[in-house]
Ligand binder design. Structure first.
Ligand code: HEC
Length: 189
């Protein structure tokens, strides 16, 4: 009987709700411990110097027009006219991207840097894909998508970004990475 009274009191006082909240906080804390880059601050810090990244484009390539248009929609960054890009990948993913592999090591980060010209006179935007553990978003290859401002100070979009994933789905055979710029480099030779 006493237990029942305590239980009723807990329900009335909203105790279970706060227990649920506490569990949520504990869970979030646990996730951040397992994946420190989940916090935007750590994520930006990890991209600060780009240590251990390899550039896979020899020179900036001309960005495909439909992609450029989509980026305006996503980020409100004005990119009328031609845009040029370089692609960087974290070291462990270099072999896979050059070979056109279907799988990438968990933790691989791919960065597309956008410039207004071929001379890399200034950086306008970064778009990033990070390979997450299996189960993160299996229908889109378990990639996390993000958009970062030119100064690497703000995360403009991040996570399971549908608009990004829907287009990259067309490249599932090469691990959801387009690799179009690599093919163009080969054709140039
Ligand atoms: C309309 C289709 C489309 C959409 C939408 C799109 N992308 Fe892409 N993405 C491409 C194409 C095509 C390339 C190849 C390079 C190029 O032409 O710009 C590419 C290249 C990339 C790359 C370099 C790795 C690779 O796949 O070769 C990254 C990283 C990237 N996109 C991230 C993003 C993010 C983040 C978003 C969402 C904000 C996004 N993309 C939305 C089509 C798209």
């Amino acid at each position: 009987m006493r237990n029942l009274i305590v239980m009723v009191a807990m329900v009335v006082c909203g105790v279970p709700v706060s227990v649920a909240n506490a569990q949520g906080i504990v869970k979030a804390h646990e996730e951040h411990r397992k994946d420190p880059l989940l916090s935007n601050r750590n994520f930006l810090a990890s991209l600060e110097k780009m240590d251990g990244f390899v550039r896979v484009t020899e020179k900036p390539f001309l960005m495909h027009a439909p992609t450029a248009t989509q980026c305006v929609v996503n980020t409100h960054v004005d990119i009328h006219g031609d845009r040029f890009c370089d692609i960087y990948i974290s070291k462990g993913g270099e072999t896979a991207i050059l070979a056109g592999a279907a799988e990438y090591p968990v933790g691989t980060i791919v960065i597309k840097i956008k410039y207004p010209d071929e001379e890399r006179s200034k950086i306008e935007l970064y778009t990033v894909m990070r390979k997450m553990p299996k189960g993160y978003w299996p229908e889109h290859g378990d990639w996390e998508f993000s958009v970062i401002d030119s100064e690497k100070k703000h995360v403009l979009a991040r996570g399971r970004v549908e608009s990004c994933a829907n287009c990259h789905d067309a490249y599932a055979a090469s691990g959801y990475l387009t690799r179009t710029y690599l093919r163009e480099q080969v054709n140039d030779e």
